[in-house]
Write a protein that binds this ligand. Structure first.
Ligand code: NDP
Ligand code: 2IT
Length: 449
């Protein structure tokens, strides 16, 4: 386990006490505070206890009832959340997650991570996150629409182009953003394009936003390997999940010449030694909204499906966890290291447990934390906001070009910051310190608010 600077321990104790029972938020806060020791040692002006305490306390937490009527005319009740964590750098910005596991602790951990991630992009966006314990699986299109409309009936009074700009996350893609945008527009009687991102291209979305998170993760992996003089081409790669992030991480890794041999969903994983057929995965997931188990029936020979199990048992050189938090534990990390993994990048938010991260660090495996590796999604959301504000629409090439540049800058910032603070090659320390310094500088400039 990493140790925490003794001056920061009381702040962590307060966070644990004030947010009792919120295990994921504790995990995220502990990781950031553990990284800050070298900053307060080297630059004592950053040891401002009250400022660090404020960084760990959301500016606003909203919890609301979401009633809706299902296709059997039954009233259903879910809980909605929006945690507006920090607006020192710009309007709150971050996705909305629909998944039965959502609770306030999960949204708080995601919002906290978002603050530092958004700071790393260098763009003017604060951090927030929202969601609901609504389970979209098996729901009809009408049920999804009614749920989104009810959710927005409450959320609309808390968001706005200059206030808080939600987007997608697990269970929320362009369809759900569209239903939410439609309801927001109706309730406010204004076409405020910049209030949500991840919109469809037909009414104000940005080209390359759908691809951005996964593409960005692959760019980050390429940058880490570049430093070591290693090429992505020819490397075996395993990607967990088969949703938005996983699909486009696979696409970019393949375009770099990497060979993706496995992907998954919450039911199990497929292994295809001929290389995953991405068009088929898109057909199953983006068009049919089906299960990854269908891949084997449709693809035929040369592949197999494992129900449950751990996708990390599949040997690979590059591992990209792109599903959900804590999906890769110490046992998985040990297996990956034994099988010769050289790089791990978190496409998802906090998919590796602290034990797994420690094992990667001690085995000298290149490890990219989510707040750096998956920042391409929110960065391109900020580019969508720029296009909306200027009533413009950029080409795919221009937008992807900006994304590539932003990811390269994030990689450089993490790499150089880690070196500056005596932890060369440690991207966790680099990302946390670089993100923290940007937020802390802005908060100090704004005074105690
Ligand atoms: P999607 O809903 O598109 O896909 C999620 C994928 O992960 C699905 O394959 C899903 O399987 C699987 N999954 C979700 N929950 C679990 C679980 N509890 N156990 C096992 N598998 C699970 O979401 P995204 O691709 O958008 O998000 C994936 C991750 O990336 C999340 O951590 C998200 O926070 C993060 N992220 C997303 C960004 C974005 O722009 N969308 C940006 C940055 C980070 P199943 O369908 O069976 O549930
Ligand atoms: O975790 C994330 O960065 C996202 N789900 C994307 C947030 C956004 O505002 O695009």
């Amino acid at each position: 386990m990493n140790t925490i600077n003794e001056k920061l321990q009381p702040i962590l104790n307060t966070v644990l006490h004030r947010n009792a029972g919120e295990a994921e938020f504790h995990q995220a806060a502990r990781e950031v505070l553990e990284s800050l020791g070298p900053v307060i040692a080297k630059k004592p002006e950053y040891f401002d206890e009250a400022l660090i305490e404020r960084i760990c306390e959301p500016e606003r937490q909203i919890i609301f009832r979401v009633p809706w009527i299902d296709d059997n005319n039954q009233v259903q009740i879910n809980r909605g959340f929006r945690v507006q964590f920090n607006s020192a750098l710009g309007p709150y910005k971050g996705g909305i997650r629909f998944h039965p596991t959502v609770n306030i602790g999960i949204i708080k951990f995601l919002g906290f991570e978002q603050v530092f991630k958004n700071a790393l992009t260098g763009l003017p966006i604060g951090g927030g996150k929202g969601g609901s314990d609504f389970d979209p699986k098996g729901k009809s299109d009408h049920e999804i629409m009614r749920f989104c409309q009810s959710f927005m009936t409450e959320l609309h009074r808390h968001i706005g182009e200059y206030v808080d700009v939600p987007a997608g996350d697990i269970g929320v893609g362009a369809r759900e953003v569209g239903y939410m945008f439609g309801m927001y527009k109706r309730l406010n009687n204004r076409f405020e394009a910049g209030v949500l991102t991840g919109k469809s291209l037909v009414y104000g979305g940005s080209r390359a936003r759908k691809e951005a998170t996964g593409f960005g993760t692959a760019y980050f992996v390429r940058s880490m390997l570049d430093v070591k003089g290693v090429d992505v081409a020819g490397k075996r790669c395993v990607v967990s999940g088969s949703g938005n992030v996983a699909i486009y991480a696979m696409e970019k890794i393949m375009s770099f010449g990497g060979k993706v041999v496995a992907c998954s969903d919450s039911g199990g994983y497929v292994v295809d030694e001929n290389g995953i057929d991405l068009d088929l995965v898109k057909q199953i997931k983006e068009v049919r909204r089906g299960r990854i188990s269908e891949y084997v029936e449709l693809r035929g020979d040369g592949c197999h499906y494992i129900t449950g199990g751990s996708i990390w048992d599949v040997p690979c050189e590059i591992a990209l966890p792109c599903a959900t938090q804590n999906e890769l534990n110490g046992r998985d990390a040990k297996t990956l290291v034994e099988n010769g993994v050289i790089a791990v990048a978190e496409g998802a938010n906090m998919p590796c447990t602290p034990e797994a991260v420690d094992l990667f660090e001690s085995a000298k495996v290149l490890f990219a934390p989510g707040k750096a590796a998956n920042a391409g999604g929110v960065a391109t959301s900020a580019l969508e906001m720029q296009q909306n504000a200027s009533r413009d629409s950029w080409s795919f090439a221009k937008t992807e070009g900006r994304l590539e540049e932003i990811m390269a800058n994030i990689h450089t910032a993490c790499h150089e910051t880690a070196e500056e603070y005596g932890a060369p090659g440690n991207y966790v320390v680099g990302a946390n310190i670089a993100g923290f310094v940007r937020v802390a500088d802005a908060m100090r400039a704004l005074g105690v608010i």
